[in-house]
Every structure is written in structure tokens, then in C-alpha cells.
Design a protein around this ligand. Structure first.
Ligand SMILES: [Zn+2]
Length: 555
């Protein structure tokens, strides 16, 4: 008898009594497979498998199967808005984590404040072999004078310190860093660079940067953990992990082996080099959380530094058309090698000449491999209107970043002039050609927060409602088009549409709960959306603490 009671008690304690979980009373919003908004007020998923059973409501007719109340654990959603986990089609995961672990100097108002932050950081990180930081801007300081090696030596004399300017075009190093790099006051600056009292400008930066030791395994693990925490805090449960190195891949694998891989990563390796170790796409690993499936190439640079390759010279620099990084034949042969190994191809193209080159390359690849390989153009920022229909015809995926449009607007007008902007950041035109649209942020270039991206996509306005009426407003998207590009579209771009991007039966129960109805709020309010909880495979992996809210308000 006693034995039976104990056995029964053990059974009750050991196994979860309810295999199914039902979240009731939510304002559920997703994009249905017809492209229209699908609303629901209950989500049922299998706790054990982590997969969706069904969404229900608002009317009972939407029910596909009865709920077994006895085997269902219920949670009250308190009317909060529930969305599928957001998917960022293009981000740099390790850079996000690494940047976040470095000293943040954005917003320092004086040299003394920079020194104070450096002192605090050095004390908090006694094990950091090099202290790296970024974000200072002497233009915001009363003296407007560049910091010097001596300014840093006064705070940290014994360890190398390297602090980048906010634009990345200059860094200041202390004496220990210069010693480690073998640089002295007499070292001549390379062409295109300058060295002044520990300040290294443009091409001179490499003299210091090459001495920084590569991160250790432990540092990479720490950076990846930090990146996951940041992404989950913004409701991002899946990422197209761009420009992934072999060391990055190994870091993801270590997290998978340790059971700490939470965000789903669709991995695009950086060029052909990593294919020596990963010759073919891998299967999905760790419960569909990791897959090497693509190779990333670059056709040009970026618009800000006039590296984007244009058909006609820059409006504000008539002597240049930017940087072409490959001949047609070279790009074709490299991408052919990756395609032949079974990989998906993703090519960075910003300028109209680069986009035309990539479209031609993909048309050629289509003739060899067929139309179903989902070749991707990353950014597709400035396209010649004459080339736009070719993107749809070749069924190319346009992997675009709405917040680039709001950040770049004024710079793009200077670089290109208004006439060339007609088919720039052209989301609606892109969709009209039949191209598939996938959205992301290119973090850490922009914040990985997807809600400003949704807000920019539907408004072509920044958080301050600028410019009035929106920039080239004909390229605005509807709310459902924008949410589609951030969920189903991004999943499709990563060959994952059977698994994620919508809360349909059998797909992963990856979802987020947010603090407002994003389908109804104003554009500035949509920008400010906050995630309350993030769930992956039916497990809560992140929830907002009062402290997190306070820090964000302070920013
Ligand atoms: Zn990128």
C-alpha cells in the first residue's frame, strides 16, 4: 500500500500532467497562407514536441479539433497580442554579441566621461586581454579635440586599449596597444591613413587592428550567448546568419551540443573557404535550430562610403562609380561552385550595376540548375527600373532591410540624386514584379529590433514621422505585406517555410507576446513596441524583467 502511494506520488511529481498547453485570451495576429491577416484568440501546442496543435477563434468555427481539457494546461494571455516569432533574414550574429560585450562609448559628452566609462569597464573586466570599445564622437565634446594615447594611458597603462570612433573611420590606441602592435611615434602612416598621438585614421587603423588577438573559444561562446539574449529580447526567434565563418559555425555547434542554442539559425557561409570543412549543406540540426544551407558573396560595397557599384557616376563624386568586386566570369564561376555543391546563393548587391550583374549571374545559374533554388540578393538597394522585372522573372528573393531606408534617406539623395531613387529601397515595386520579399535588419549595422522595421516598411517614415507623408510613399507596404516579409517571407528565404513563420499545425510553437496591438497602433507607437515574452518550441526562453524595461527607457 505504502509502496503504491509512493509510486503514485513519484509519478505525479515526475511527469508533466498536461502534455498540451493552451494559451487563452490572446489577441493573436499572423499572416495566413492567403497573405491576409489571420486573427485568433487561443493557441494550443504540444509541450513535449514543441509544435503547434492549432490556433482557435475568434469564432468557434475556426476550430479544427476539440480541446481535450483533461490533458491541457491553460495559461491566461490577459488579452495581450501574440505573434509568430519574428525572423530576421539577414543579420550578423557573432558581431552582434561581440559588439555588445565591448565598451560602449556612444553618447559620451566629454573626454572625462569616456575616461570614466573606460575605468569602470576595465575594473569590471579584469580578464579582458585587450580592451576594445567603440562609439565616441569628439564633435559632441566641449573641446572637440581627438582623444590621445596619453588620455587612455592615464586610465589603463598596463593593458592594450583600442577605442573606435562612432563612424569606424578612426581609432585611438593606448601605449600598450601600440607596443603590442610594434608601432612607435616614428612609424610612417600608410597611404590613405594618418597617425597622430595614438589616433589612427582610415588605412592606418590596420596597423593596430592586426595585433588584436582573435577571440578565444570562451569569448566566442560568451558573445554568442549575449547575441541570443539580445535577439530573444526583441522577439527574434530565427535569423539568416550571414557571412558565417568556420569559427562562428563551430561556436553555434558548441551551443547546440550544450543545449543552449535557442535562436534558429539559417547559416550562410562566407565565400568558398569554409566549404573545405563543410562541403555540402548540412541537415537541420538540434531540433531545426541550425543548418548550413547557403554561401554568401559580395558584388560591391556600401553607399555611404561610395563603395556601391553604380551604372553612372555618383552624383556627389562624378569621378567614381564605386567598387566592382568581381568580373562577371569570376562571380559566375565562384557561385557556380557553391551551387554545384548544393548550396543556396546569397549575394550582397547595393548599387544598380552590382544588382544587374547579380541578376545576370542568377539568370545564368537558373539556366543550369532550374528556377527553384531561391537565389537571394542581399539588400537590393538601388536597382535600375529596367532591371526590376528580371528579378521577378528569375524568382529571386529580395532580402531587404527597411530601416536602411530610414537611416540612408538623406545620404542616398546626395549620392544618387532623385531620379535614380525611383527604384531604390523599392519594396512594393519589388513585390509587384513577383519577387519574394524577406525582411531583416543587417544587425549590428542597425538594431535587430524588428518593430522599427515594420514601422518603416508601412510608412517610409522614421520614428519622428519624417518625412511627412513618407519618402517615395508609393513603395510603402501594407501591414500584412510587411509582417509577411518578417515571418513567412523570411522563412521561405531560408527554405524553412514548412517549419516556422506561422503558427500552423505541426510547425514550431515559436511565438512572442508584445505590449500593444501592432496592427492598430500609430507608426511612432509601432516603433516603440516592446516584447514581453519570447517562446521557442513551446518553451518560454525570454521574458521582460522590470530592470530590462528601465534600462531601455534610459537609452
Ligand atoms: Zn550584412
Amino acid at each position: 500500500m505504502r509502496k503504491t502511494v509512493l509510486a503514485l506520488a513519484a509519478l505525479l511529481l515526475a511527469s508533466p500532467a498536461w502534455p498540451n498547453t493552451l494559451i487563452l485570451n490572446v489577441n493573436g495576429i499572423e499572416v495566413g497562407d492567403n497573405g491576409k491577416i489571420h486573427r485568433f484568440n487561443m493557441l494550443e501546442f504540444d509541450e513535449t514536441t514543441g509544435r503547434v496543435i492549432q490556433t482557435i477563434g475568434p469564432s468557434a468555427d475556426g476550430r479544427s479539433q476539440p480541446i481535450d481539457i483533461l490533458s491541457t494546461y491553460t495559461i491566461d494571455g490577459h488579452g495581450k497580442t501574440l505573434l509568430p516569432g519574428l525572423i530576421d533574414a539577414h543579420g550578423h550574429v557573432m558581431e552582434l554579441g561581440t559588439d555588445a560585450l565591448h565598451l560602449d562609448l556612444v553618447g559620451t559628452r566629454s573626454l572625462a566621461e569616456l575616461q570614466q566609462r573606460l575605468r569602470d569597464y576595465a575594473a569590471a573586466h579584469p580578464d579582458a586581454r585587450w580592451i576594445q570599445g567603440a562609439g565616441w564622437n569628439q564633435e559632441l565634446w566641449p573641446t572637440k579635440q581627438f582623444p590621445t594615447a596619453a588620455d587612455l594611458d592615464a586610465i589603463v597603462p598596463d593593458r592594450p586599449v583600442v577605442l573606435e570612433r562612432v563612424d569606424g573611420h578612426a581609432l585611438v590606441a593606448n601605449s600598450a596597444a601600440m607596443r603590442a602592435a610594434g608601432v612607435t611615434a616614428r612609424t610612417p602612416a600608410p597611404t590613405g591613413g594618418e597617425i597622430i598621438d595614438g589616433l589612427f585614421v582610415d588605412n592606418a587603423k590596420a596597423l593596430i587592428n592586426r595585433a588584436i588577438p582573435p577571440p578565444t573559444q570562451a569569448e566566442m561562446d560568451q558573445a554568442f550567448a549575449k547575441a541570443q539574449e539580445i535577439l530573444l529580447g526583441f522577439g527574434v526567434t530565427g535569423v539568416g546568419s550571414m557571412s558565417t565563418s568556420l569559427d562562428d559555425w563551430k561556436t553555434f555547434r558548441r551551443a547546440g551540443d550544450a543545449g543552449s542554442l535557442k535562436v534558429r539559425l539559417m547559416v550562410y557561409l562566407l565565400g568558398l573557404d569554409p566549404l573545405k570543412a563543410i562541403p555540402h549543406p548540412t541537415p537541420w540540426l538540434y531540433g531545426d535550430r541550425l543548418r548550413a544551407q547557403g554561401v554568401k558573396f559580395f558584388a560591391d560595397g556600401a553607399l555611404g562610403s561610395r563603395g556601391a557599384w553604380l551604372k553612372q557616376p555618383y552624383s556627389d563624386a562624378p569621378n567614381t562609380t564605386g567598387n566592382q568586386l568581381h568580373s562577371d566570369a569570376d562571380l559566375r564561376s565562384q557561385e557556380d561552385a557553391a551551387a554545384a555543391a548544393g548550396f543556396q546563393i546569397a549575394t550582397h548587391a547595393i548599387g544598380d550595376a552590382a544588382n544587374a550583374q547579380v541578376i545576370s549571374t542568377y539568370e545564368w545559374l537558373d539556366s543550369k540548375y532550374g528556377l527553384n533554388r531561391r537565389w537571394r540578393i542581399e539588400h537590393a538597394q538601388v536597382v535600375d527600373c529596367a532591371d526590376l522585372p528580371r528579378i521577378g522573372r528569375a524568382q529571386i528573393i529580395a532580402s531587404m532591410q527597411p530601416t536602411h531606408q530610414t537611416s540612408d534617406r538623406l545620404m542616398a539623395e546626395k549620392r544618387l540624386g532623385l531620379s535614380r531613387l525611383k527604384c531604390a529601397y523599392a519594396w512594393q515595386s519589388m513585390l509587384r514584379t513577383g519577387a519574394k520579399l524577406a525582411f531583416g535588419t543587417d544587425f549590428p549595422v542597425e538594431s535587430p529590433n524588428p518593430f522599427p522595421g515594420l514601422a518603416a516598411a508601412i510608412s517610409r517614415q522614421d520614428i519622428n514621422d519624417e518625412p511627412p507623408g513618407g519618402w517615395f510613399p508609393e513603395e510603402r507596404l501594407s501591414f500584412e505585406q510587411a509582417l509577411h516579409a518578417y515571418t513567412r517571407g523570411a522563412a521561405y528565404a531560408g527554405f524553412a517555410e514548412e517549419k516556422i513563420g506561422a503558427l500552423e499545425p505541426g510547425k514550431w510553437a515559436d511565438f512572442v507576446i508584445v505590449d500593444r496591438d501592432i496592427s492598430k497602433v500609430s507608426v511612432p507607437d509601432l516603433y516603440r513596441t516592446q516584447v514581453l515574452e519570447t517562446w521557442v518550441a513551446g518553451k518560454k526562453v525570454w521574458s521582460r524583467t522590470p530592470a530590462a524595461s528601465a534600462t531601455e527607457r534610459g537609452k
